[in-house]
Design a protein around this ligand. Structure first.
Ligand SMILES: C[S@@+](CC[C@H](N)C(=O)[O-])C[C@H]1O[C@@H](n2cnc3c(N)ncnc32)[C@H](O)[C@@H]1O
Length: 238
């Protein structure tokens, strides 16, 4: 039988690590990936420069987005103070970032964000909540939008005795259930998924405690010219 860890203990773990600037086995303080850097340099020119970073952690992705000229709404359940501290020496970046201390599942997307980022966080939510949050963002989409997600599927998390650990309420996606959810959420969007094996080691003992397949998802909504606009244009020309 897997051991269940509560969501409260998970949230406290991150709040403590972030408050104390600790680097965890997943490298909370790592810079953004080369893949994400290259995505930032190849965005559609007409993408709105507003971004949403769900589960920002130590803030690497939020800061990279602000440096790329986005104004950013950064959402995490952890206290906002560590990110404010990180931003405070950079007035130009700080004024572009709004920090929201909230559970992702309680944050309602109401804006047309050009870029939505959710890295290494959605697996902690229930499948229902992941679908609700992302579907809501899709419904709020009015222009060229991109969603960049890194989501773990097929997770195996083990304790020092080899026992399995589950976290209360987590999605527990298989590759198949995640693929099907993405198909439902991003119907009509251009979606690509790269699947990579991923493992994390305990920083003290080097024991591998986390293995999974990471899905890196890029979903793009291209702006469609509405049928009405095309019809009106046709009439003007005739
Ligand atoms: C593995 S870290 C990822 C941080 C960051 N996205 C990155 O990749 O550098 C997960 C983050 O998600 C946050 N988190 C986990 N579950 C959450 C939830 N339900 N609502 C809001 N934040 C959550 C944690 O506090 C933590 O900061």
């Amino acid at each position: 039988m897997p051991v269940q860890h509560s969501r409260a203990s998970l949230h406290a773990f991150y709040a403590d690590a972030l408050r104390n600037g600790r680097n965890t086995g997943e490298e909370l303080r790592a810079p953004v990936s080369a893949r994400f850097r290259s995505l930032l340099t190849s965005l559609p020119a007409d993408i709105p420069r507003r971004a949403l970073d769900l589960g920002y952690g130590a803030g690497a992705y939020t800061i990279a987005l602000a440096e790329a000229g986005f104004s950013v709404v950064a959402v995490d359940q952890a206290p906002a103070e560590p990110l404010f501290r990180r931003l405070s020496p950079h007035e130009d970046l700080a004024e572009r970032v709004t920090v929201v201390e909230s559970l992702i599942e309680q944050y309602v997307v109401e804006e047309d964000f050009g870029l939505l980022v959710a890295k290494d966080v959605l697996h902690y939510l229930s499948q229902h909540d992941v679908e609700a949050v992302l579907t809501r963002a899709v419904q709020s989409s009015r222009s060229v939008n991109m969603h960049y997600l890194e989501v773990f599927a097929g997770i195996s998390r083990t304790d020092a005795h080899g026992g399995q650990i589950h976290i209360e309420g987590e999605a527990r996606y298989t590759l198949e259930t995640l693929s099907h959810a993405l198909e439902r959420i991003y119907e009509g969007w251009d979606t690509t998924v790269a699947w990579d094996d991923h493992a994390e080691q305990d920083t003290r003992t080097q024991r591998t405690y986390f293995e999974a397949t990471r899905a890196t998802v890029t979903a793009v909504r291209r702006c469609r010219v509405s049928a009405v606009a095309v019809t009106m244009k046709g009439r003007e020309a005739s």
